[in-house]
Write a protein that binds this ligand. Structure first.
Ligand SMILES: CC(=O)SCCNC(=O)CCNC(=O)[C@H](O)C(C)(C)COP(=O)(O)OP(=O)(O)OC[C@H]1O[C@@H](n2cnc3c(N)ncnc32)[C@H](O)[C@@H]1OP(=O)(O)O
Ligand SMILES: CC(=O)C(=O)O
Length: 534
C-alpha cells in the first residue's frame, strides 16, 4: 500500500450542515472551504445549490480554491421529468462548481417505498442524471445511498444501480453506509465483492460512512483495505444524526500508519490541529480535548509511570509524534502524578530542579493534597505555578485582600423594567496602605473584578492591560446540590493575546471566583516582574 494515493472528499459543508444545531452562514462556508483547500483536501462539497438561499449565494460567489475541486451536491432527476427538464439538475449544472455529486437510491426497499417507482425506472434516473452531468460538467460522482443495507437484502439490484452509474460515466461511485449500522467486517467483505465480482475497480470507488455504531472511521479504513481509493468525511465528524467519518482522525491514520499518499503534503499535516480547532471556534463549540490526534489531551500524560517513561523516550506512551499533526505533548500534575511529572512541569515553568532535591516530596504532597480538595491543576497552569513558587517563597506579597462584600439586587425600575445589579466593596492592603474601594457591575464577579482593579491599578498600572477571557464553573459533588463544592476556572488574556488560567475552589462560588481572580492578578504581576509596593 506504501505510496498509493487516496483521494479525500470533504462533505462538512453539505452533510455537516445536516448536523442538528449547526447553521453555516455564507461567510462560514467560504472560510471553511478555504481552510480545507489550504490543507490539501481533493474535493470540497459546498452544499446543495437550489435547496436553500445560503447555498445559492455560496455557489453564486464560489470560493477561490487553488487545489481542491469545488463540488456541488444534489440528487438524481425526479421521476416523470427528463434530465434536461429537471430544475434541480439544472441548478447543479448552472452552479459554479467544477464537479457534481448526486445521491441515488440503491436499496430496492427505498425505490419501492420512498420513490414508489418501478425498480428499472430508478436505473434510468441514475443513468440519465449521471450522463447529463458528465456532459455538462466533465466530472460526475454518484453517492450510492444505503448501498450496504441494499446489498445485504438484494445484492443483484444494488450492484445494478452502481453499475448503471459507472457505465453512464461516473468518475467515482461512492458506497454509502447511510444509516451507519454496518460493521467493519461487513464493509470489508462487501467492498471486496464489488471489486472482485461486480468488476468496478477500486480506483473508481469511494466510501461514505455514518457513525451510528461509532464505527465510521473503522468502516472507512475497512473499505480502503478492501480497495476503495476515495474517502468521504467531515471535519471533527459532523454530519446527520451521529455524524460522518471524522477526516481529522482518518487523515493521519491513512498517512502516518497505513503509508498512503493524499493531496495533503507531509509538511502540511501539522495544519490539522489548527484546522480542527478553528472549525470548533467558528461553530462556537469547545474543542473536544480527548479528540484523537488533535485534542489537547491526545498527548497529555498524567499517570506517574507514563511520565517517568515518556521522560526517557516519548514513544513509550505515544503512538505518533505530536508535532506530526501540529499538536504538542503535555505533562499533567495531579493525584496520579509521581516525582517525574512534577519535575517536567517545573521545567516547563522555567524551574530546573535536581531529581534528588529534598523539596520535591513536600511539593508533590502539597499538589496531591490540593488535588483531593478539587484543585485540578492540569487545567490551570498559572495557579499551579503560583502554588509552587509561593511554597518556595518566590512570590512577593504584591497585595493582600483583607475583606470583600458583595450585594446583588433584583428590582423593577420606575419604567417597570427588570434590573439586576451587583455592588462589591473590597478592602485591600497594598504595601503599607489599606485601600477601600467600591464598584458596580452587571454581576458579582464583574463588580469584584472592577473593585479589585480600582484598588490595585493606581499602584500596578500594568493590570489595566489584562482582561477576563473565559469563566467556567463546575460543581464537584453533584449529590450535595446547591451546597456542593464548586471549582471556578478563569482564563485571562493580555492585550497581546497571551493567555493564562487560574482556579479557585470553595462551596461559595464568589469566594472561588475571588481566589481565581487573585491568582490571575498575582500571576500577571509576577510574570511582568512588577516591583511590590513597600
Ligand atoms: C443521505 C443524504 O443525506 S442525502 C442528502 C439529504 N439532504 C437534504 O435533504 C438537505 C437538502 N434538502 C432539501 O432542502 C429538500 O429536501 C429539497 C430542496 C432537496 C427537496 O425538497 P422538496 O421538493 O420539498 O421535497 P422533500 O424534501 O419533501 O422530499 C424529497 C423528495 O425527493 C424524492 N427523492 C428522494 N431521493 C431522491 C433521489 N435520489 N432522486 C430523485 N428523487 C428523490 C423523494 O421521494 C421526495 O419526493 P416526493 O416529494 O415526491 O415524495
Ligand atoms: C449521501 C449521503 O449522505 C448518505 O448516503 O449518507
Amino acid at each position: 500500500m506504501m505510496g498509493e494515493r487516496i483521494y479525500l472528499y470533504d462533505t462538512t459543508l453539505r452533510d455537516g450542515a445536516q448536523t442538528q444545531d449547526v447553521d453555516f452562514s455564507v461567510a462560514d462556508k467560504i472560510a471553511i472551504a478555504q481552510d480545507l483547500d489550504r490543507l490539501g483536501i481533493d474535493y470540497v462539497e459546498g452544499g446543495w445549490p437550489g435547496a436553500n438561499p445560503t447555498d445559492d449565494a455560496f455557489f453564486a460567489e464560489a470560493p477561490d480554491l487553488t487545489r481542491a475541486t469545488f463540488t456541488a451536491f444534489g440528487m438524481t432527476r425526479r421521476p416523470g421529468r427528463s434530465a434536461a427538464n429537471d430544475p434541480q439538475l439544472s441548478a447543479l449544472i448552472q452552479s459554479r462548481a467544477r464537479s457534481v455529486c448526486i445521491v441515488g437510491k440503491t436499496w430496492d426497499f427505498h425505490v419501492d417505498v420512498a420513490l414508489n417507482i418501478p425498480r428499472d425506472e430508478n436505473l434510468d434516473l441514475i443513468r440519465d442524471s449521471i450522463a447529463a452531468l458528465r456532459v455538462a460538467k466533465g466530472e460526475a460522482l454518484f453517492d450510492a445511498e444505503h448501498f450496504f443495507d441494499g446489498y445485504k437484502r438484494n445484492p443483484a439490484y444494488a450492484a445494478s444501480c452502481i453499475r448503471a452509474a459507472f457505465e453512464a460515466g461516473a468518475r467515482w461511485v461512492v458506497l454509502c453506509d447511510t444509516n451507519g449500522g454496518t460493521l467493519p467486517h461487513e464493509i470489508e467483505a462487501i467492498v471486496r465483492t464489488v471489486i472482485e465480482e461486480h468488476g468496478i475497480p477500486g480506483d473508481r470507488l469511494g466510501i461514505h460512512c455514518h457513525n451510528d455504531t461509532e464505527n465510521a472511521v473503522a468502516n472507512s479504513i475497512a473499505a480502503v483495505r478492501a480497495g476503495v481509493r476515495m474517502v468521504q468525511g467531515t471535519i471533527n465528524g459532523l454530519g446527520e444524526r451521529c455524524g460522518n467519518a471524522n477526516l481529522v482522525s482518518l487523515i493521519p491514520t491513512l498517512m502516518l500508519k497505513m503509508g498512503y499518499e493524499t493531496g495533503i503534503r507531509r509538511a502540511d499535516l501539522p495544519l490539522l490541529t489548527q484546522v480542527s480547532r478553528a472549525f470548533d471556534e467558528r461553530l462556537n463549540r469547545a474543542p473536544n480535548r480527548h479528540a484523537p490526534y488533535v485534542g489537547s489531551s491526545a498527548f497529555a500524560h498524567k499517570g506517574g509511570l507514563h511520565v517517568s517513561a515518556v521522560e526517557k523516550d516519548p514513544s513509550s506512551y505515544e503512538h505518533v509524534e505530536p508535532d506530526a499533526v501540529g499538536n504538542h505533548r503535555q505533562i499533567v500534575v495531579s493525584d496520579q502524578a509521581g516525582r517525574s511529572n512534577l519535575i517536567v512541569r517545573l521545567r516547563e515553568i522555567g524551574m530546573e530542579v535536581d531529581p534528588k532535591d529534598e523539596r520535591l516530596p513536600r511539593l508533590l504532597d502539597l499538589v496531591k493534597q490540593r488535588d483531593s480538595e478539587g484543585y485540578a491543576y492540569d487545567t490551570a497552569e498559572a495557579s499551579f505555578e503560583m502554588l509552587v513558587r509561593r511554597e518556595l517563597g518566590e512570590v512577593p506579597k504584591y497585595f493582600e485582600l483583607l475583606r470583600f462584600h458583595v450585594t446583588d439586587e433584583r428590582r423593577y425600575n420606575a419604567l417597570g423594567k427588570l434590573v439586576v445589579e451587583s455592588e462589591a466593596v473590597v478592602r485591600v492592603r497594598v504595601g503599607g496602605e489599606i485601600r477601600l474601594e467600591v464598584a458596580e457591575g452587571n454581576g458579582p464577579v464583574h463588580a469584584l473584578d472592577l473593585a479589585m482593579r480600582k484598588a490595585l491599578e493606581p499602584c500596578y498600572p500594568l493590570l489595566g492591560d489584562m482582561r477576563l477571557s473565559d469563566y467556567r464553573v463546575r460543581i464537584l459533588a453533584a449529590k450535595a446540590g446547591t451546597a456542593a463544592m464548586t471549582r471556578v476556572l478563569i482564563r485571562s488574556a493580555n492585550g497581546d493575546g497571551t493567555e493564562w488560567s487560574t482556579l479557585g475552589v470553595s462551596t461559595n462560588i464568589i469566594e472561588a471566583s475571588v481566589e481565581a481572580l487573585v491568582d490571575s492578578f498575582t500571576c500577571k504581576l509576577f510574570k511582568t516582574g512588577a516591583e511590590p509596593r513597600r
